[in-house]
Design a protein around this ligand. Structure first.
Ligand SMILES: [Zn+2]
Length: 125
């Protein structure tokens, strides 16, 4: 839902004001100005700081959406298998699972059930 809302706002702005094109043109002109070593509308330092904030914001926004979607993949809290109830064993996490754990600030473990071979993510207290 967040993505659709965002796209509606972006397309609405573009259709009604061409504002998005203007912003993109200014950003690309700013990048060219920095590389050419010439001054731009707002000055090179301000432009680069602004661009950094913008990119950081976009990355954090994307991480937020991604982590909200990933929440559905966490099957259990604790060590019991969600399928058969037996004890599970910790296995090595994948890189994206480490990143997710970092984004959430929670201890996310990857577990595997020796009995029914279920593999999934678990939150640890
Ligand atoms: Zn199991």
């Amino acid at each position: 839902m967040g993505v659709i809302t965002f796209l509606l706002v972006v397309f609405g702005l573009e259709l009604s004001t061409q504002g998005v094109s203007l912003v993109l043109a200014r950003i690309s002109a700013g990048v060219s100005a920095v590389f050419a070593g010439v001054e731009f509308h707002v000055g090179a330092a301000r432009f680069l700081v602004g661009l950094t904030f913008l990119l950081l914001g976009l990355v954090l926004w994307a991480l937020g959406i991604w982590s909200a979607h990933a929440q559905a993949k966490v099957a259990v809290v604790g060590a019991a298998c969600p399928q058969c109830g037996n004890d599970t064993r910790r296995v090595k996490r994948r890189d994206w699972q480490r990143l997710l754990s970092f984004v959430w600030g929670e201890r996310l473990t990857r577990r595997r059930c020796e009995t029914c071979h279920w593999t999934g993510l678990s939150l640890r207290h």
